[in-house]
Design a binder for this molecule. Structure first.
Ligand SMILES: CCCCC/C=C\C/C=C\C/C=C/C(=O)SCCNC(=O)CCNC(=O)[C@H](O)C(C)(C)COP(=O)(O)OP(=O)(O)OC[C@H]1O[C@@H](n2cnc3c(N)ncnc32)[C@H](O)[C@@H]1OP(=O)(O)O
Length: 289
């Protein structure tokens, strides 16, 4: 309830801000963790995640992301969105582990509902989505990129991308898996999901997790030129085609959303899974010291 109220407030405040800035010509709106700029080619917004240090998808970040997307969807002048990060070297570290560790079942259920919500909005968006992957992109970070229509990645071998859930002792949900299969094919997905593979850029390109690699300083300009090509296609035919390609995958979650929340909640609440997450978090800490 409290989150729904916050969401309404944010949406309202955001739309007032958005309107005022549009009048000033600034064409920019922001909440704390997501910045949206609509300068540049007509009809294109750049959405930047800015939840330092690693753009983990906390409940607040997910909510702000979903609201920003909703606003862009409602703005009929926007036809395409470039999704990128403001955190140096990190696209997104994926779902926030602290939302899935040491909390209560009601929190897990609320969190998962919001993860589903963002995925459904992003995956079924009528807008053209291009990701400019300018850093590491594990698990939920990869999920964001996979939702896009085209993925441009910085060719920096320090950055990796993939669904690495099995390395954490957890399991990618069926809808993550479905989207992976749709993108890289059954055999590659089967192998990568079991091994929790994080692909460096050249391998990510080879297997099809990303569509194109460019030098790091060219990621944004390339994303813009890709966007220009997609904008040249009539919206109605592109949207109907996208819907035809993606609807069955999205419907598969829509028809069992509640069961999926229950599954997640009972899985993540297990002592053995909590122990695995604890160990993984400890490993992340030790890496530093
Ligand atoms: C059968 C039924 C199945 C039902 C389904 C059940 C379960 C599935 C559920 C969920 C799917 C999960 C999806 C996910 O996205 S899980 C998250 C996966 N993410 C990762 O594995 C990334 C982990 N992070 C890293 O590898 C690195 O941090 C990095 C992103 C490569 C960046 O490295 P860098 O060296 O730059 O930073 P640090 O490692 O020092 O990190 C800084 C700081 O951030 C904390 N942190 C990192 N990642 C996360 C995260 N995802 N969530 C929360 N916090 C994170 C890290 O611990 C450091 O914190 P500190 O306090 O020490 O400063």
């Amino acid at each position: 309830m409290a989150l729904a109220a916050a969401r309404r407030l944010l949406l309202h405040a955001g739309s007032r801000l958005g309107r005022r800035e549009a009048v000033d010509g600034a064409r920019r709106f922001a909440n704390k963790r997501v910045l949206v700029e609509t300068e540049g080619p007509a009809g294109v917004a750049v959405m930047k995640l800015r939840n330092p240090p690693v753009n983990s998808l906390s409940l607040e970040c997910l909510t702000e992301f979903t609201i920003s997307l909703e606003k862009l969807e409602n703005d009929k002048s926007i036809r395409g969105v470039i999704l990128t990060s403001e955190c140096p070297g990190i696209f997104s570290a994926g779902l926030d582990l602290l939302e899935m560790y040491g909390r209560n079942p009601a929190h897990y259920a609320e969190y998962w509902k919001n993860v589903q919500e963002l995925w459904l909005r992003l995956y079924t968006s009528n807008m053209i989505l291009v990701s400019a992957i300018n850093g590491a992109s594990p698990a939920g970070g990869c999920l964001l990129a996979l939702c896009c229509d085209y993925r441009v990645m910085a060719d920096n071998p320090k950055y990796t991308i993939g669904l690495n859930e099995s390395l954490l002792g957890i399991v990618a949900p069926f809808w993550f898996k479905d989207m992976y299969v749709n993108t890289i094919g059954h055999r590659e997905a089967e192998r990568a999901l079991q091994l929790g593979t994080l692909f460096p850029p050249a391998e990510a390109l080879k297997v099809g997790v990303v569509d194109e690699l460019v030098p790091e300083d060219k990621v944004h300009s390339k994303a813009r030129s890709v966007m220009a090509k997609w904008l040249a296609i009539p919206d109605h035919s592109r949207q109907l085609t996208k819907n035809m390609m993606r609807k069955a995958t999205a419907d598969n979650l829509i028809k069992q959303r509640e069961a999926d929340i229950q599954n997640f909640t009972s899985f993540i609440s297990k002592d053995s899974i909590q122990k695995s997450l604890h160990m993984y978090l400890e490993k992340l800490k030790q890496k530093k010291g």
